[in-house]
Design a protein around this ligand. Structure first.
Ligand SMILES: C[S@@+](CC[C@H](N)C(=O)[O-])C[C@H]1O[C@@H](n2cnc3c(N)ncnc32)[C@H](O)[C@@H]1O
Length: 398
């Protein structure tokens, strides 16, 4: 893949990585860690300079990004006819195979448009009409995101057309065959683990592991194994100038740089045997099951290694009153568990219910904001000191 083929704007080109709200500063950190300079950091994405080879690298390595979009064209546009004209100028025949397939995703906020499907249709027409004219054949189109995907953003009179190089969300890493109850999105789980400052050198304890998302993402981080190694299909693989060797080289380099063993244990437990069964199967698919110590038990009975580490719990937040009363007790017990069993550890609770969090009864040293879908959540950090520096706690509202 070369930059000149796709970029009709600047050299080397521009990339927008989309993420879930609340994850963009972690995403920007990840980008810096990969040697990129974020240009603009928004609530749901980060922009940077890069070409298609960079887009492939980002699809491989990012843990918190959802889609890697490569800018094809940016223009002013007041109505659907202008959209058609501008979109017809993009060299689609150099991007989409004649016998290929394209899916269009659009977000439109323009006063001339009251049916949001209409710009979608206009863009599709621009693509297939141009290809019919240039090649005498046209690709199929529809909702399937497994092949070429094009994103249209049209806000006021500003319009951007991107090649969505990922296709399906990057959070669909391919390992979660059994979701069990209320699983975290993989990118959010990675964001939680990265925010806990876990780097694989210290024990990580995950009571209430559910379907194992936090444990699996943590194992991948500890092994320096990118989530992209697990997935077999990306939108960029269906473009005209996809160079399989570039991707194979990225895969080879990522494999070579990843470790085979953990430096410190990861312990994942849940009271529900079916959750642990699902977590084990998911971890097996991710290739990390043999590295995680799974157990079925109440969170308070979880084995805590005798050296400083990190413990993360993602309890239910509860919706009905009866549930809330039971959960108040559970959150209170988490406070006791932290105080009595986790000296020397940094504890985290990921929750969307701050009233329940007050029942923990310990002072937080940090409250990191996140969203789980549309629910505003916090990752609450608690320091559990050893010896004379006892766990700090107060019974006031946190
Ligand atoms: C919100 S889910 C965790 C989801 C998980 N983070 C994932 O991505 O799949 C909460 C989990 O806590 C477990 N749980 C509830 N009460 C528990 C207890 N007393 N001890 C251990 N686990 C418990 C539930 O079985 C459930 O799997």
């Amino acid at each position: 893949m070369t930059k000149s083929k796709h970029s009709q704007n600047k050299d080397p080109g521009r990339i927008l990585v989309i993420c879930a709200p609340g994850l963009s500063s972690l995403l920007a950190d990840e980008l810096r860690g990969l040697g990129y300079k974020p240009i603009v950091c928004r609530e749901k994405g980060v922009e940077l300079a890069g070409d298609m080879a960079d887009a492939l690298k980002l699809n491989m390595h990012l843990r918190t990004g959802l889609y890697v979009l490569f800018l094809l064209k940016e223009f002013r546009c007041d109505n659907a006819d202008e959209l058609y004209r501008h979109a017809s100028e993009i060299e689609w025949e150099r991007i989409i195979p004649q016998d290929g397939y394209v899916s269009i995703v659009s977000r439109v906020d323009n006063p001339s448009i009251n049916n949001t499907m209409y710009p979608n249709l206009k863009l599709k027409d621009a693509i297939v009409d141009r290809m019919q004219l240039k090649c005498g054949a046209r690709p199929d189109s529809g909702p399937d995101k497994h092949r070429v995907v094009v994103n249209l953003y049209w806000q006021g009179n500003k319009t951007w057309i991107y090649l969505n190089t990922s296709g399906n969300k990057l959070s669909d890493r391919g390992y979660r065959k059994l979701p069990h109850k209320a699983p975290l999105q993989e990118t959010l789980a990675a964001g939680i683990v990265l925010s806990s400052e876990y780097d694989g050198s210290q024990p990580l304890v995950l009571p209430m592991c559910g379907s194992g998302t936090l444990a699996i993402e943590a194992a991948l981080i500890a092994l320096n194994r990118p989530g992209g190694l697990l997935r077999t299909n990306y939108s960029f693989m269906h473009t005209v100038d996809y160079d399989k060797k570039v991707w194979d080289d990225l895969r080879y380099a990522a494999r070579k740089a990843s470790r085979k063993e953990l430096a410190a244990p990861i312990i994942a437990t849940d009271i529900d045997p079916q959750a642990v069964e699902a977590a084990k199967k998911n971890a097996l698919t991710a290739g990390v099951e043999h590295l995680i110590d799974f157990d079925v038990c109440d969170f308070a009975e979880t084995t805590i290694p005798d050296m400083p580490g990190i413990v993360i719990l993602n309890p239910e937040y509860g919706q009905r009153m009866g549930e809330i009363a039971a959960l108040e007790k559970t959150y209170g017990r988490i406070g006791d568990f932290f105080k009595q069993r986790c000296a020397g550890y940094t504890g985290y609770i990921f929750t969307g219910n701050m009233d329940l969090a007050k029942k923990v009864g310990l002072r937080t040293s940090r409250k990191i904001p996140f969203y789980n879908g549309s629910i505003e959540c916090r990752l609450l950090r608690y320091e559990m000191y050893t010896g004379t520096r006892k766990a700090k706690y107060n019974n006031d509202a946190e």
